[in-house]
Design a protein around this ligand. Structure first.
Ligand SMILES: [Zn+2]
Length: 263
């Protein structure tokens, strides 16, 4: 008969190297609390660790589970050439994350509602290894952005080119977006998954674009409010009397200062 034994907080303070949800790359994480379940029956044994972790860099709290059993093993040769067997470990991190991608952490709330929703669903799909859905999401982000920016054209191809005409996109960035458009096409119509590296790069390109079009202008508007008070407008300048001969205006509304003598 199977039996499970629970060991609570046996690894508190232990350090692990795992991918952080905020820092780019793996960082040292400390076990804050944990539970370890160990069990066996006549055929096999198993073990699962559940841990609350804290990144020692950014202090973010997240969750990890690591499961293994005697039926799922890996083999390797040690330094003496002897074949060794170890249990393979299935690790899961929550919130899910992938190496090298952190997304728009502090600016995503500045995106328009529809764009924010599809962006969050797509990044969740990316970090959960759902490659077909991520490809479809990449195309949906592009289509939503074009619609929001009132891009003209019957197809996504034409709309991306129209954003170049509008000055929203540079030609170089548009060329990359055309590649993402093709990528989303394959995912949507052929149910063709793309590799995680392609999808990660596609999302990084979209992150830069969303930052440039929405997030940076919104932050700048907040940090640098428009100057209030009276300003000199074009009609006022036009209404100023003409400068006397031999003078030059240095700053409206000063009427003019004498020109330096010519040598
Ligand atoms: Zn961190």
């Amino acid at each position: 008969m199977a039996s499970d034994t629970l060991h609570a907080n046996y690894a508190v303070g232990k350090e692990l190297e795992v991918q952080c949800q905020r820092c780019v790359g793996s960082t040292a994480h400390r076990v804050v609390a944990d539970a370890r379940v160990v069990g066996s029956d006549h055929h096999m044994d198993w073990e699962t660790e559940y841990q609350i972790l804290q990144c020692m860099g950014c202090k973010a709290i997240s969750f990890r589970s690591a499961a293994s059993n005697s039926e799922d093993v890996d083999h390797y040769y040690d330094e003496n050439g002897e074949l060794q067997t170890v249990y393979s470990v299935a690790e899961k991190l929550y919130p899910s994350r992938i190496a090298g991608y952190i997304g728009l952490k502090d600016g995503v709330w500045l995106l328009p509602d529809k764009l924010r929703r599809i962006y969050q669903e797509t990044t969740n799909a990316l970090t959960s290894d759902q490659h077909v859905l991520t490809g479809i999401g990449v195309r949906a982000i592009l289509e939503t952005l074009c619609k929001d920016q009132a891009a003209k054209g019957r197809t996504l191809f034409e709309q991306i080119d129209d954003l170049v005409q509008q000055g929203v996109l540079t030609p170089g960035r548009a060329a990359v977006l055309h590649q993402l458009r093709t990528l989303g096409n394959l995912a949507a119509h052929e149910v063709e998954p793309h590799n995680p590296q392609q999808l990660g790069l596609a999302m990084i390109v979209l992150d830069h674009l969303l930052e440039e079009v929405y997030i940076l202008p919104a932050k700048a508007k907040k940090l640098f409010p428009p100057i209030s008070g009276p300003t000199v407008t074009a009609p006022v300048i036009a209404a100023l009397p003409p400068l006397p001969p031999g003078t030059v205006s240095v700053f409206p509304p000063f009427p003019g200062v004498p020109l330096p003598p010519s040598s």
